[in-house]
Design a protein around this ligand. Structure first.
Ligand code: PNS
Length: 162
C-alpha cells in the first residue's frame, strides 16, 4: 500500500514524528506531504518544513528506506493521491477534537475518490503538543525542548529571536 501522511507541519512536532515512524512501518511506501492549507498562514515555507521533518526523522533514527517527501502546492488531496498512485491517507488522532476535525475530511475524501483514511492513536505523552501551541509558547520565549525535533526548536528560536 502506498499511503500519504498529509498536513501543514508548520513546524513538525515530536508527535508527528511518532506518527510518521509508525505509518512507515504499516505501509509499503509512505509519502510525507506538506500541503498548502489556505486557512492557515504559514510561519515556515514548505521546503523548510520538509527539511525540518527530514532532520527530525533522522534524529529519531527512523529508517527512511520507504519514505518520500513532497509538497502539495494546491488542489484537492485526492487528486494528488491519484497522481502518485496512493490509496490511503494516514493521520494521527490526539483527542476527540481531532476526531471531529478529521472525520468529515476522511468521509469527504472517501466520497470524492474512495481514498481510505487510517487513524493512528497519538502517543498520550504528546497529546497536548500541536504546531500552533508550540509556536505560541516559542513566540513568548517559553521552553519547547522535547516538543519538536531539535532543528525545529532551533528554527523557532531563530524566528522569534529567543
Ligand atoms: O495539518 P492540517 O493543516 O490540519 O492539514 C489539513 C490538510 C492540509 C490535510 C487539509 O486541509 C487538506 O487536505 N487540504 C487539501 C485540499 C483538500 O483536499 N480539501 C478537501 C479536504 S476533505
Amino acid at each position: 500500500m502506498r499511503a500519504v501522511c498529509p498536513g501543514s507541519f508548520d513546524p513538525v512536532t515530536s508527535g508527528h514524528i511518532d506518527i510518521f515512524a509508525r505509518a512507515a512501518r504499516l505501509c509499503d511506501h509512505l509519502v510525507i506531504a506538506v500541503v498548502h492549507n489556505p486557512r492557515k498562514s504559514g510561519l515556515f515555507d514548505p521546503p523548510t518544513r520538509l527539511e525540518l521533518i527530514r532532520s527530525g526523522l533522522g534524529d529519531a533514527g527512523v529508517d527512511l528506506g520507504n519514505i518520500e517527501f513532497d509538497e502539495v502546492p494546491g488542489g484537492l488531496l485526492v487528486d494528488y493521491c491519484a497522481r502518485i498512485g496512493a490509496t490511503a491517507l494516514v493521520k494521527g488522532l490526539r483527542t476527540a477534537t481531532d476526531y471531529s476535525y478529521e472525520l468529515p475530511m476522511a468521509q469527504m475524501n472517501r466520497h470524492l475518490a474512495d481514498i481510505e483514511t487510517v487513524f493512528l492513536a497519538g502517543d498520550p505523552a504528546r497529546e497536548f503538543v500541536s504546531s500552533s501551541l508550540v509556536k505560541e509558547v516559542a513566540s513568548h520565549g517559553g521552553d519547547i525542548s522535547g516538543l519538536v525535533p531539535e532543528a525545529a526548536a532551533r528554527a523557532l528560536r531563530e524566528k522569534y529571536g529567543s
